[in-house]
Design a protein. Structure first.
Lengths: 402, 733
C-alpha cells in the first residue's frame, strides 16, 4: 500500500427511494458539498445526489486543485475567501485526509501594465479579507528559486502578486470526504443514475425521471457540470453558459521540492507540484466551445513551452499524462447560484475554471438557500437574474486560468 | 565501448539497448520485477543523461551515456536548471497512411497501402520512433532520440503496435530474475547467459529450459534475486523449481491505447493490437501495481470501503496512475472487478502520452507567442526606449524621460508611433447600411472628408471597442479600432457582413499602414516645413504628401493638443519618422511613449476601452450616451441599451481629483463613509494641473453619487471631465 491510498472513507450504498425532500443532480464537488452542508448544518438528510457515472468523475476529478481567493471584485474575493477558510478546516471537520496543503500562489507580471494589474489585485484583495501582497523580482526569487526572472529572455518578470493562503487539496478526496459525510447522516448518493428528464407540474419542478425510475422532491437542484444548458432547458430555462474544454498535464513523480503555485496571466499557464511529486501544468480554456474530453496536441506543445519560459527546469521532466475537462463559462466569468424563476428548481453553475476552489462555500451557501428558502447575502450577487438586471459580476481577475 | 552507471563504467556490445548492457553487467535497473523488454513494464526505468523515467529497454546504448539508477531513492530529484536551452527540433511528415509499428502486421499493412498506391510513413519503435499520441488531424506525434516528429495522415492511421505480455502477480514478483517469454528470447539472442531457466506456460524459443507444471503460486529468492519457482498442481501439491531465471507466458493484452485515443478519427488496428485482451485469473496476493505499490490486499480493502467503480478503485489506490499507466495492472484490475461480480470493465480512458517524452521534447515546433512590432520598432530601440507589450504589440513605454516627453507634447511638438491602431476600410454598395447597423451612431450624417468618434457595442449593449469612422465617399469608409481590439473587431465585422448578406468589402490594413501622431502646439509649423501647407480642420481628414510620403491625414486629438495622425504605407514609416524628428529639432521635438500618452489622455478624460471599461460597461455607465442614437431603427445592442436604460444606475465612470498629495495607484479602492464605493481605473499626477487626477467606477448610494470619497486614506472629490482644457481650445487651435 502506498501512503496515498484512501484509508478512512467508507461508503454505504443504498437503494433509491421514490421521494426525497431534495434531489441534487450531479455527484461532483458542488452537488456533494450541498448535500453535506444540508445534512451537517441544517439537519436535512432526506436528500438524494444523482450521479450518471461515478462520483467526482466530471470536472471535480479533472481540475488542477488550486484553492485561492485573489479575485478582482469584492463580491468574488469575499466568496472565495469563505471557501479558502472552509477548506482550511475541512480535514478536522470531516476527520478525513483531503491532503490540504497551503502553498501560496505567485502571479507573475511581465510588463508595466501587468505590474499595475498585480498591484491592483493586491489592493482589492486586501480590502476584502484576502491576503495578497505585491512582490519584487528579488522577493519572487526567494519564494521560488527555480524561476527564471528573465522569462527565457522574452517574458521578463518585473514583479508579481503573492497570495500566501493559496493551497491545494486532492480533488478526489474532497469529493469522497463530502460524499461520505453526507451519506453517514442519511443522504443517498446514487451512482450510475442518469437524469433523463424533469417532472413538472405547471411551472414547478417536482421531480426527475432517471434511468432508475422517477423520483419526486420538493426541491430539485442542478449541480451539473458540462451539460447544464441541456438540463436547464428541460426546466424551460435558457442559460447564458458556453462550455469550453480546459486541459492540463502532469509529469512523472519527482522529489518533493517545488513549494509554491506559479501563475502568469500573460503566459496563460500555471505550475505546481502535487503531493505525489508530479509537476502539474495547466492553461486557459480552449477557445472553441465543446463538450469534448479529447486532449489536444497544440495545448500540450504550447503550454509546455510557456511553462518552461518561467521554469526552465521543467524541460528535462518526462510527461506522464494529459487530460481534459470542460468548463461552463458565464459571460461575466462569475458563477451563477440560486433561484431560477422556476419553482422547485435551483442551480449552481458557471463554475468555469474556478469550481474546485468554490466547493465548500458553494455547497454551504446553496444548502442555506435550500434550507431557508432565502438567498444568502454572500451569493446574492451571483443570482441568475443579474444578467437581465444589468448587474453582471464582471471579474477580469477570474478571467485568467484556474 | 563503455557507458557510465552510477559513476562506474561498464562495457557493452554493439547493438545493445541500455537494458541489455546493464543486464550483461548483472545490474537490474530498478532492483527487480519481471522485465518485458517491450517498453511496457516500469521495471527498467533509469535516469539517462539527466532525464529520469527512461525505459532502458527502448534506448540504444551509446559510448559515454550516463545512467543513474532509480532504485537508490523513492523519486528522482528535480533537475537544477535556471535558464532556457535550445529547443528540440520538430519536423512535419505527410503521407496518405501512417503505420505505427513495423512488426509483421505493420509491414503487411504498409505493403497493402503501397500496393494501393498510397504514400506511407512507417514508424518503427525499434529505431526509437515512439508514437506518444494520436490527435485530431489526424496527427501522430512521435518522439525520436533527436527530434520530435509531427506525422500527418491524409487517409488513415494504422495502429500495429502489437500486444504487451501480461506480467506475473504473485508473491515474489518483485524479485530479479523474472522475464517474459519475449524478453528471454531477446536476451538469449543477445548472448546473455540466463543460467538455469524455468518456463511457466509456452517456453521461449532457443532457450534451454525446464517446464514448470501446475499453476504459478509464488517466487522465492534471496537478496532480491530469484532462486525458486513454486507452482501448485490441480491436486493441490506444491512443486518447487530451483532456477536462476523464470520465464513467463501468461497471455497478451493489446497495446491499443493509441487506437482508443483515436476514437472517431480514421484510426484502425491490425495484428495483435486489434486483439481482445486476455483476462488473467484474479490473483490472491501479490503486487498488482508495481509503480504505486498496490497489492491485491489493497484492492480488497478499498472494495470493502465501498469503492466499486473501476475509476474509483484506481483513484483510491492510485493503481494505474504511475509511470506504466496501467500496462501492468490493468488486466488484473479487470479480473479483480470481474471476480467481485461486476461486468467486465472497459480499459481506462486512453490519454496521451502513450510513450513518455520530456516537456522540452513535446514543446518542439512551437514558439513564443509573437508580439507584433511596428515598422518603427528599431527606431524606438535606437532611441533608447523601454519597450512594453501592449494590445499584442511592442510599444515604447518611455524614452527615458517621461516628464520631458510630457512637456514636449504640451508645449512644443512630439511624435508617437500609433501604427498599432486598428485600421480597416469598408467599401462597396452596402457600406453605409452595413455601418449603420454595426454602430450606434448615425453614420449617414457623417459628411465626406469628416470623421466621428464611435463606440462598438455587442448584442448585450456593452461597449467592447471604440474608434473613428472616417467617410471618404458614400461607398467607402475608413475605420479605426483599438490596438488590442482590432482582431476581434475584424471577425465581428466579417461575421455580421456575412449574416446580413451585405455587399461590402472589408480590408484590414493594420499591418500594412504605419501611423504617426504628430501632436503639440507647434505641430502646424512642423507639418508646414514637411510640405503640408493646408492641414485638415478639426475632425476632417485628407490625403496629402508629408515629407514626400503619401499620407492619409486625420485631425483629431487624444492628447488634448493639436494633433494630426499620419497614416502611410508601412514601408515609408522610417523615412517619415526620421524626417519629422529632424525637421522638428528647431521646435523642440521629441517622441513620447505610452506612459506619457496615458497621462495626457487622462487629463482630457478620454477613456481607454479595456482599462477604464469593463465587461459590463454600457454607454450610459461611461457617460457616452451621446454616442448612441436610439432614434435609429436598428443597430447591434439597441434593444439591450433600451432595456438597461430603464434600470436605475448602480455605478458610473467618473472623474476624481485628490485634495492633495500624489496620485493613488490604479486599482485603488474608493471608500465612502467606510463603505466600498468603487475603484480607480486610471490615475496620474498632472504636471500641468498640479494635482492627481483619476477616472474610476463610483457606486450610487440610495440613488446618489457621492461628491467626496476616500482613496488611500485621503480625501478626493468627484469632478467633471475633462480636467484640462475644458473648451478643447488647444486641440481645435
Amino acid at each position: 500500500m502506498n501512503e496515498f491510498q484512501e484509508k478512512l472513507v467508507n461508503f454505504k450504498w443504498v437503494e433509491p427511494k421514490k421521494t426525497y425532500d431534495v434531489i441534487i443532480i450531479g455527484g461532483g464537488g458542488h452537488g456533494l458539498a450541498t448535500a453535506y452542508y444540508l445534512a451537517t448544518r441544517h439537519n436535512i438528510t432526506n436528500v438524494a445526489v444523482l450521479e450518471r457515472n461515478y462520483i467526482g468523475g466530471g470536472n471535480s476529478g479533472r481540475n488542477t486543485t488550486v484553492i485561492r481567493s485573489n479575485y478582482g471584485i469584492p463580491e468574488a474575493v469575499r466568496f472565495y475567501q469563505r471557501s479558502v477558510e472552509l477548506y482550511q478546516t475541512l480535514e478536522d471537520e470531516t476527520e478525513r485526509w483531503i491532503m490540504h496543503a497551503q502553498k501560496g500562489i505567485l502571479w507573475m507580471a511581465h510588463g508595466e501594465t501587468a505590474v499595475r494589474a498585480e498591484k491592483a489585485r493586491a489592493e482589492i484583495n486586501t480590502a476584502f479579507g484576502a491576503k495578497t501582497v505585491f512582490v519584487t523580482p528579488k522577493e519572487i526569487k526567494e519564494i521560488c528559486p527555480e524561476v527564471d526572472l528573465t522569462g527565457g529572455g522574452v517574458w521578463p518578470i518585473m514583479g508579481g502578486s503573492y497570495h500566501p493562503e493559496a493551497a491545494t487539496a486532492r480533488h478526489d478526496r474532497v469529493n469522497w470526504a463530502l460524499a461520505e459525510g453526507a451519506m453517514k447522516r442519511g443522504v443517498h448518493v446514487h451512482q450510475n443514475t442518469a437524469v433523463t428528464n424533469l417532472i413538472k407540474s405547471g411551472n414547478r419542478v417536482i421531480g426527475v425521471e432517471t434511468t432508475a425510475g422517477p423520483m419526486h422532491a420538493n426541491v430539485v437542484m442542478s449541480a451539473v457540470g458540462g451539460h447544464v444548458t441541456g438540463l436547464a432547458a428541460l426546466a424551460g430555462l435558457r442559460l447564458p453558459i458556453r462550455t469550453h474544454p480546459l486541459q492540463a498535464f502532469v509529469t512523472n513523480h519527482y522529489e518533493q521540492k517545488f513549494h509554491p503555485i506559479v501563475a502568469s496571466t500573460s503566459l496563460l499557464t500555471y505550475v505546481s507540484q502535487t503531493a505525489r511529486g508530479e509537476m502539474l501544468i495547466g492553461a486557459e480554456i480552449d477557445r472553441q466551445p465543446s463538450y469534448s474530453y479529447r486532449s489536444g496536441h497544440h495545448f500540450l506543445q504550447t503550454c509546455a513551452h510557456r511553462a518552461m519560459t518561467m521554469l526552465p527546469f521543467l524541460r528535462q521532466l518526462r510527461i506522464l499524462r494529459q487530460w481534459t475537462g470542460v468548463c461552463d463559462m458565464s459571460p461575466d466569468y462569475s458563477p451563477i447560484m440560486g433561484f431560477t424563476g422556476v419553482d422547485g428548481f435551483v442551480l449552481t453553475t458557471g463554475w468555469g475554471t474556478w469550481g474546485f476552489k468554490a466547493i465548500p462555500a458553494g455547497g454551504e451557501q446553496m444548502a442555506q438557500l435550500i434550507a431557508t428558502g432565502e438567498t444568502p447575502e454572500l451569493i446574492a450577487p451571483f443570482a441568475l437574474d443579474r444578467f437581465a438586471q444589468d448587474r453582471t459580476m464582471a471579474d477580469r481577475g477570474s478571467a485568467g486560468t484556474h | 565501448m563503455r557507458l557510465i552507471v552510477d559513476g562506474r563504467p561498464i562495457s557493452y556490445e554493439p547493438g545493445d539497448s541500455l537494458l541489455i548492457a546493464l543486464l550483461r553487467a548483472d545490474i537490474q535497473p530498478t532492483g527487480g520485477g519481471c522485465l518485458c523488454l517491450g517498453g511496457d513494464c516500469a521495471n527498467c526505468l533509469a535516469t539517462v543523461d539527466g532525464v529520469s523515467y527512461v525505459r532502458t529497454c527502448q534506448t540504444a546504448a551509446k559510448p559515454g551515456t550516463v545512467v543513474q539508477l532509480h532504485h537508490t531513492q523513492k523519486y528522482p530529484p528535480l533537475p537544477q536548471e535556471d535558464e532556457a536551452r535550445p529547443a528540440v527540433p520538430a519536423r512535419n511528415l505527410f503521407s496518405d497512411v501512417v503505420i505505427i509499428g513495423a512488426g509483421e502486421a505493420g509491414r503487411t499493412a504498409a505493403r497493402e497501402a503501397e500496393a494501393a498506391g498510397k504514400s506511407i510513413n512507417l514508424l518503427d519503435a525499434t529505431y526509437g520512433e515512439e508514437a506518444i499520441g494520436i490527435y485530431p488531424g489526424p496527427l501522430v506525434v512521435v518522439r525520436t532520440p533527436h527530434e520530435t516528429l509531427h506525422v500527418h495522415a491524409q487517409d488513415e492511421i494504422i495502429v500495429a503496435t502489437g500486444a504487451a505480455e501480461i506480467l506475473p502477480i504473485v508473491p515474489g514478483s518483485e524479485l530479479a530474475g523474472l522475464l517474459t517469454r519475449r524478453a528471454a528470447e531477446k536476451l538469449a539472442q543477445a548472448g546473455l547467459d540466463l543460467g538455469r531457466v524455468v518456463a511457466i506456460g509456452t517456453p521461449p524459443a532457443a532457450v534451454d529450459c525446464q517446464l514448470a507444471a501446475g499453476e504459478l503460486l509464488r517466487f522465492e529468492g534471496e537478496n532480491g534475486r530469484l532462486h525458486t519457482v513454486i507452482t501448485q498442481t490441480e491436486a493441490g501439491q506444491e512443486n518447487r523449481y530451483a532456477c536462476d531465471t523464470a520465464v513467463l507466458n501468461l497471455g497478451l493484452h493489446p497495446r491499443n491505447a493509441l487506437l482508443r485515443m483515436g476514437h472517431n478519427l480514421p484510426v484502425r488496428a491490425v495484428g495483435d493490437a486489434a486483439l481482445e485482451s486476455d483476462i488473467p485469473a484474479c490473483p490472491n496476493e501479490g503486487v498488482v501495481c508495481p509503480c504505486e505499490g498496490v497489492s491485491v490486499a489493497d484492492l480488497e480493502t478499498i472494495w470493502e470501503q465501498g469503492f466499486h467503480e473501476m475509476e474509483l478503485v484506481k483513484r483510491a489506490t492510485l493503481a494505474g496512475t504511475g509511470t506504466c499507466q496501467g500496462s501492468t495492472c490493468l488486466p488484473y484490475l479487470r479480473s479483480f472487478l470481474l471476480k467481485k461480480g461486476k461486468t467486465l470493465q472497459p480499459s481506462f480512458t486512453a490519454r496521451p502520452v502513450t510513450r513518455q517524452l520530456t516537456v522540452g521534447e513535446v514543446s518542439a515546433g512551437t514558439h513564443h507567442h509573437a508580439t507584433a512590432r511596428t515598422a518603427l520598432d528599431a527606431e524606438h530601440r535606437r532611441l533608447g526606449a523601454q519597450m512594453e507589450r501592449s494590445g499584442g504589440w511592442w510599444r515604447p513605454w518611455s524614452y527615458g524621460d517621461p516628464d520631458g516627453e510630457y512637456w514636449a507634447v504640451r508645449e512644443a511638438v512630439s511624435l508617437m508611433d500609433v501604427s498599432t491602431l486598428g485600421k480597416m476600410i469598408v467599401s462597396g454598395p452596402d457600406a453605409l447600411e452595413f455601418l449603420e447597423r454595426l454602430y450606434p451612431t448615425k453614420v449617414s450624417t457623417i459628411k465626406d472628408g469628416r470623421s466621428r468618434y464611435v463606440l462598438l457595442l455587442n448584442e448585450r449593449g456593452y461597449v467592447f471597442d471604440d474608434g473613428l469612422i472616417c467617410k471618404e465617399s458614400d461607398t467607402r469608409y475608413s475605420l479605426t479600432f483599438t490596438s488590442g481590439g482590432v482582431s476581434h473587431a475584424e471577425m465581428w465585422l466579417r461575421d455580421w457582413a456575412a449574416s446580413w448578406q451585405m455587399d461590402v468589402h472589408i480590408l484590414h490594413q493594420t499591418m500594412s499602414l504605419g501611423a504617426i501622431n504628430v501632436t503639440g502646439p507647434l505641430t502646424k509649423q512642423l507639418l508646414a516645413k514637411a510640405g503640408l501647407a493646408n492641414p485638415p480642420g478639426w475632425l476632417a481628414h485628407t490625403k496629402a504628401e508629408v515629407a514626400g510620403v503619401p499620407c492619409h491625414i486625420f485631425r483629431l486629438s487624444f492628447t488634448g493638443e493639436l494633433s494630426f495622425e499620419l497614416h502611410h504605407p508601412a514601408e515609408d514609416s522610417v523615412k517619415l519618422w526620421r524626417a519629422l524628428l529632424e525637421w522638428g529639432q528647431e521646435f523642440g521635438i521629441r517622441p513620447h511613449g505610452l506612459h506619457t500618452l496615458l497621462r495626457l489622455r487622462l487629463e482630457k478624460g478620454h477613456i481607454i476601452v479595456g482599462q477604464d471599461t469593463d465587461f459590463d460597461s454600457t454607454p450610459r455607465r461611461i457617460h457616452h450616451d451621446w454616442a448612441v442614437k436610439l432614434e435609429k431603427p436598428a443597430f447591434i445592442g439597441r434593444h439591450a441599451v433600451e432595456r438597461t436604460n430603464k434600470i436605475p444606475l448602480d455605478k458610473l465612470l467618473v472623474g476624481l481629483e485628490m485634495a492633495d498629495g500624489p496620485a493613488p495607484m490604479e486599482g485603488a479602492v474608493i471608500w465612502h463613509d467606510g463603505q466600498f464605493a468603487g475603484h480607480i481605473t486610471s490615475s496620474a499626477w498632472s504636471p500641468v494641473l498640479h494635482k492627481a487626477v483619476m477616472l474610476g467606477w463610483l457606486h450610487y448610494f440610495d440613488g446618489h453619487l457621492p461628491e467626496t470619497v476616500t482613496i488611500d486614506g485621503r480625501s478626493a472629490r468627484r469632478v467633471p471631465v475633462p480636467f484640462y482644457d475644458k473648451e478643447a481650445a488647444r486641440a481645435r487651435a
